[in-house]
Design a protein around this ligand. Structure first.
Ligand code: SF4
Ligand code: SF4
Length: 338
């Protein structure tokens, strides 16, 4: 089920600055035909669907909740200032997962925090502090706008105590203001650049997450980001794919090939390279008594990707039965780690 079709999504409303036009990043493809991505085990043409086993839980993502100060045109999780389909995760719930990692001997290196805008969650700084004090690397995805700036003092203290163990990855959808605001809405550029410069000036470990326009090449995009970072004196190497992460597009309603077991050899790829071989995400859906563990950051609502309440339950193979599996992960070659 696409995020926008989920019943919880009915409550989504737009913010003041919601972009008015179509997303500049819209996927150019035919509509997804009926019959694709239906059965978990076989594809529409009867081939065996590919699956990805969990090799190690290197990264555990915690979705802090869907509320966000922005309402971007193609936010995959449909965040907005009023959508609380995924409620705020609490520090107590986060600690339960950290405890489980420690108890069961997972070799987890990194805790990733995503939203919504994580800094809007009132329990967020406590969760970050808990994760850092347990020795995990922490990666925070943020738009670096006002919600983050309210926590400057605490962030500086964490940075002083933990240095590069804390990375903040700022979403800057494009290297131009016009395209960024076409996706993210009016007045979203200057505040994000300001936030990024504040992080850079204060010595934080930082990264930038961007996107490619249809037809825009990787070389061209990295050049554009490079010029921007130079102009604004931002310490990010635009040529480093781990520090300037450029993501492929997703659209669950557009046609894409299904991934079969034969695809690995044909594409020269391995299940080990796919995000869900080394990560899981915790979400707390509105109306549910406890958080749940889902296969990855991209598919928080689809029941077919809900793997249980604990990490132990979620230790099983994931069937690649979603258009995002094909377009974003296998064909787009995306990775979500710092
Ligand atoms: S800032 Fe991120 S979470 Fe918020 S609406 Fe935009 S894409 Fe979604
Ligand atoms: S979209 Fe999620 S479940 Fe599908 S292949 Fe990618 S990481 Fe795995």
């Amino acid at each position: 089920m696409a995020a926008q079709d989920h019943p919880l999504m009915a409550s989504r409303s737009k913010s003041r600055n919601t972009p008015q036009g179509p997303s500049p990043f819209a996927v150019e493809a035919e509509a997804l035909p009926e019959g694709k991505f239906t059965g978990p085990d076989v594809t529409a043409d009867g081939s065996q669907r590919a699956e990805v086993p969990l090799l190690e839980l290197e990264t555990l993502w915690l979705c802090t909740g869907t509320l966000c100060n922005l309402a971007c045109a193609t936010c995959y999780i449909e965040s907005s200032p009023t959508n609380d389909a995924l409620v705020y995760l609490t520090a107590e719930h986060a600690a339960r997962y950290f405890d489980e990692i420690e108890r069961d001997g997972w070799h987890t290196r990194e805790i990733g925090f995503t939203g919504g805008e994580p800094f809007m969650n009132p329990h967020f700084m406590a969760m970050v502090e808990d994760a850092l004090s347990r020795g995990f690397d922490v990666l925070v995805l943020s738009n670096a706008m006002k919600p983050m700036r309210r926590h400057e003092e605490k962030l500086l203290a964490l940075q002083k105590a933990h240095g590069a163990k804390l990375t903040i990855r700022v979403s800057l959808d494009h290297h131009t203001k016009a395209v960024h605001e076409g996706e993210r809405g009016a007045n979203s550029w200057d505040a994000a650049i300001d936030g990024l410069k504040w992080l850079s000036d204060n010595g934080f470990a930082i990264a930038v997450a961007g996107r490619l326009l249809p037809g825009e090449g990787m070389i061209e995009a990295r050049e554009g980001y490079g010029k921007l970072f130079e102009r604004e004196n931002i310490r990010v190497d635009a040529q480093d794919p781990a520090r300037c992460v450029l993501f492929p597009e997703m659209d669950a309603d557009k046609d894409v090939a299904e991934i079969t077991t034969a695809c690995w050899d044909i594409l020269g790829k391995s299940p080990e390279d796919i995000m869900c071989a080394t990560s899981r995400m915790v979400v707390h859906r509105k109306g549910e008594p406890t958080p749940r563990v889902v296969a990855c950051t991209l598919i928080p609502y689809d029941r077919g990707f809900d793997l249980g309440e604990t990490l132990a339950e979620a230790n099983r193979a994931v069937k690649l039965n979603h258009p995002h599996c094909a377009r974003f992960c296998v064909l787009g070659g995306a990775s979500c780690s710092a």
